[in-house]
Design a protein around this ligand. Sequence first.
Ligand code: FEO
Ligand code: CA
Ligand code: CA
Ligand code: CA
Length: 638
Amino acid sequence: MTRVNADVDPDDIPSNPSANRHIQDVMSRRAIIKGGTVVAAAGFLTTGLASSAVAYGRPDKPGRPGKPGKELLGFEAVPPGTDDAIVVPAGYTAQVLIPWGTPLNSRGPAWKKDASNTAADQERQIGSNHDGMHLFPLSKDSGLLAVNHEYVDTQGLYTEGDEVVTKEKVDKALAAHGVSIMKIRRNRENGAWEHVDSPFNRRVTGSTPVKFSGPVTLENDALKSNNAPQGTLNNCSSGYTPWGTYVTCEENWNGYFGTEDASWTPDAEEKRYGVAATGTPYRWHEADERFDLAKNRKEVNRFGWIVEINPFAPRSAPVKRTALGRFKHEGATVTESRGRVVVYSGDDQDGEYVYKFVGDGRWRDRLRRGQSPLDHGTLYVAKFDDNGSGVWLPLVFGQGALTRANGWKDQADVLIRTRTAADAVGATRLDRPEWVAVDPKNKDVFLTLTNGSGNGGAAGPRKPNPYGHILRWAEKGGDNTALSFKWEVFILSGDPAYDKTVELGAEAIHGSPDGIGFDEDGRLWIQTDISNSSQNLPAKGYDNIGNNMLLACDPKTREIKRFLVGPRGSEVTGLTFSADGRSLFVNIQHPGESTTAWGSPTVENPRVVSNWPDFDPAGRPRSATVVVTKKDGGRIGT
Ligand code: FEO
Ligand code: CA
Ligand code: CA
Ligand code: CA
């Protein structure tokens, strides 16, 4: 999420004015209707999936965690922590890789710890605020690591801070955004991972030329801005396709645009996406007209998309795949079913929706015809019903409410105004939909709802919901292209000391689940992003939980164990594995960010909260990738 000065998390502020029911309403009503029976839970099991034989609790309330398979969670859980360090279980080691500012190759430019690197330097260095990532393996000991750079700390990015905005500063910030692709390999002698020079090493930034594809083209009037199409911004989470490309997601892109022109006012669509004259913490419009809403109004419509990058074609332009809709895309979880591609994506803001794109026809056939499987298909939005069932509602021009009579022009219009289209068809509002994971064994789908205001009654997941929860659903027949599903609350996050309905022990308490993903053995990994205005604070019920963390979960028994705790002020995000499952890569984002518990970094002392990972007395905290390995060389989690 975009948090320049962490006191207010913009994702927590809803901008959905629709009357669509909130998931909290649905859940509290369900709890009353069901009265603790397991009717809908049994329904969840009728999917005919061999490995779905899980004992579900009441559908609106997660079951009590049981004992895990020994092999699945074989490690000793680490306790909650508040140290400025990475903590992993006994028998494991953690190593720092490609922190912000690492040069793309050995010719430099070298990282300068006083943040005096120029914009031109930053274009050839690893960006900041590492987020979603994927390792494209070249062998079991090497691969191309694609890493998102979600945002910048506007103060920490510059030696003299951010009081004055200049074009050079905007250019440096743009260069620190986007994606890095870096070849990494395991050193044969010492077993450590290292980055190496490679023609594949590249940066995609907020200024890189980009293409548009799918129903929304650059000829569309809504996209006719004053400049050439360039850049991807606020790249939060990501996914990867079965054809070997990286898909990166534009989340809080609205925050980069603003204006000093008092005559500019947002229209209904701009409001729906949170575009506002004073809505930017970055103030780029003060030095770059591209981001001035009054001078270049339509540039903002070129953001909010999922962007496909081919890591194996370093000169190829990133492509914005417009068929997947325009919203604050948290992630893009790609799976396939019956030869068709399916992409799940949450819209991370309080009261927003979860979507899925289903490709039209077999993706291999599309590729064979020289077409993108992501350009042809249908976008759906989820509706969660009272009885534990749900449906996917199509966002198709001419269908349902999306007609010309209702003011819709064509499919491009539906996609540019995806949120409004989803309002119109009656989607279910959720508590900040973040990542989606698909169980490789039975194709069940998991969605993290990090926290939110809630609208619901007293029972079940909370109102308000400061700790979040995880939903699980089974698509009909285990087919991810299906248009109906059965759902339940999988885990209610939190701390029983503050909420007795939480069924988590000391080894499992956590809040604000965000990143989520499976490894090949079927472990479900959960990452947290507790806001720095709540972290470690008794007044927020977060003092027992400690710093942000990574946990492992047995999806059959719901047993959870804390695996890694991050340094102060940081979020743990991004999840990928080496081809042999023996190296786990996670990102530590925004260590040292301003927190209510630890204080605020200053120009004079950027190390007030954290000095991870360098601990240089004259340095500054840096986001970085961390590689975890087991000392005995075993698989991660055993
Ligand atoms: Fe970029 Fe919703 O976290
Ligand atoms: Ca983040
Ligand atoms: Ca996130
Ligand atoms: Ca988050």
